[in-house]
Design a protein around this ligand. Structure first.
Ligand code: SF4
Length: 357
């Protein structure tokens, strides 16, 4: 987890955040969906269904309100940061402005993913940097709202600087890992698993490496800086979340969790054991209970922190003199005992939009 908001925003890449990292999570265009079907085929998420790394970019127009149905690392972090922020993002689905830092994270993630399309020997830093302009073009096509980031830059100076920063992050990766010696088993992998309680967990893993011995390594790229040691546990929350999902799906505990911080040139690793993942599961269940209770009672408390400065929803937040949208919402009644369903006792409406949680 990032502790600085700047780094946080840049890490929208995958799903976590100390609450800081991501701003919105969905599925990046082209993301593979896991588990695969019985035939091993994977589904592909269509462009425009939101973008995880893109985070903040889920901006378009506000969509119909829905009750939470599953949990991702980003949204779990949102609730821990500020329950009201969680409500605004997950239930009200209020639009958010794109951010330059988060969009840069999305761009860098796309470049690192695409580089593995090339033969191993050709995965060089110059080639990776050469992918930046093309991936920026693709990003603008799939998420036109990001263009507004540079609307006040008619000469293209800020854009050139921003693209240069993205290239620097890409280049730094080569001092941390050697892609000519890597052959990822999966890239931008969407995972989803249901716990025994019924709670569905989901997220997108940047890279999965599988050794010849069958040992699994989960890798996540961060375009921000590595956290100070005292915040390392928070940073690993997302990775343990993914490890739990993989464990539930494949009955294999990943051998290693690896966070690659491109902003500072650091690599943080952790080798999880069963007790770690069981602890994360208990934590998530407690968190989900709290979310369900808030959904049912409508008590989404604001929790102001210094991160409020990066919140797009101050106009709706009582802490800043704003008024939230009306509540309770017309959400569907949950199945009794279903941790993954909407809140009990809530009125109903079907979720017609793409799922955010
Ligand atoms: S402004 Fe702060 S307290 Fe209000 S919703 Fe946003 S994060 Fe929460």
């Amino acid at each position: 987890m990032e502790t600085s908001t700047e780094g946080a925003a840049e890490d929208c890449g995958s799903d976590v955040a100390p609450v800081t990292e991501t701003v919105a999570d969905g599925y990046p265009a082209g993301a593979q969906v896991y588990p695969a079907g019985a035939d091993g085929a994977v589904a592909t998420v269509e462009a425009g269904e939101a973008g995880e790394g893109a985070a903040t970019a889920v901006v378009a127009a506000a969509r119909p309100a829905i009750a939470p149905a599953s949990l991702s690392p980003s949204r779990a972090s949102d609730f821990m940061q500020c329950p009201l922020l969680y409500r605004f993002r997950v239930i009200d689905r209020l639009p958010e402005k794109p951010s330059a830092a988060a969009t840069k994270g999305t761009l860098v993630h796309a470049v690192l993913e695409r580089l593995f399309d090339a033969p191993a020997a050709e995965r060089t830093a110059p080639r990776a940097k050469s992918l930046v302009p093309g991936q920026w073009d693709r990003l603008r096509e799939s998420r036109p709202e990001v263009v507004e980031l540079f609307e006040d830059d008619p000469e293209g100076e800020r854009l050139a600087t921003w693209l240069g920063e993205a290239e620097q992050l890409v280049e730094r990766w080569f001092s941390l890992e050697d892609p000519t010696r890597l052959e990822p088993a999966e890239r931008e992998l969407f995972v989803e698993a249901e716990l025994d309680s019924g709670l569905r967990l989901r997220g997108i893993i940047d890279r999965v490496d599988v050794a010849a011995t069958g040992e699994v390594r989960i890798v996540d790229y961060k375009t921000g800086k590595a956290p100070r040691p005292e915040y390392a546990e928070g940073a690993l929350f997302q990775m343990k979340f993914y490890a739990l999902v993989v464990w539930r799906l494949k009955q294999v505990i990943p051998r290693r969790l690896q966070l690659v911080y491109l902003g500072s040139g650091d690599v943080l690793t952790y080798d999880p054991v069963r007790a770690d993942l069981e602890r994360v599961e208990r934590k998530l269940l407690a968190l989900w209970d709290a979310i369900r209770q808030a959904t049912e009672t409508g008590e989404w408390r604001p929790r102001p922190t210094k991160l409020c400065g990066w919140c797009d929803h101050q106009a709706h937040c009582p802490e800043f003199g704003g008024t939230p949208p009306p509540y309770p919402l017309p959400v569907r009644v949950a199945d009794p005992g279903s941790a993954g369903g909407p809140a009990r006792g809530a009125p109903a409406v079907e979720n017609s939009g793409p799922r955010e949680m």
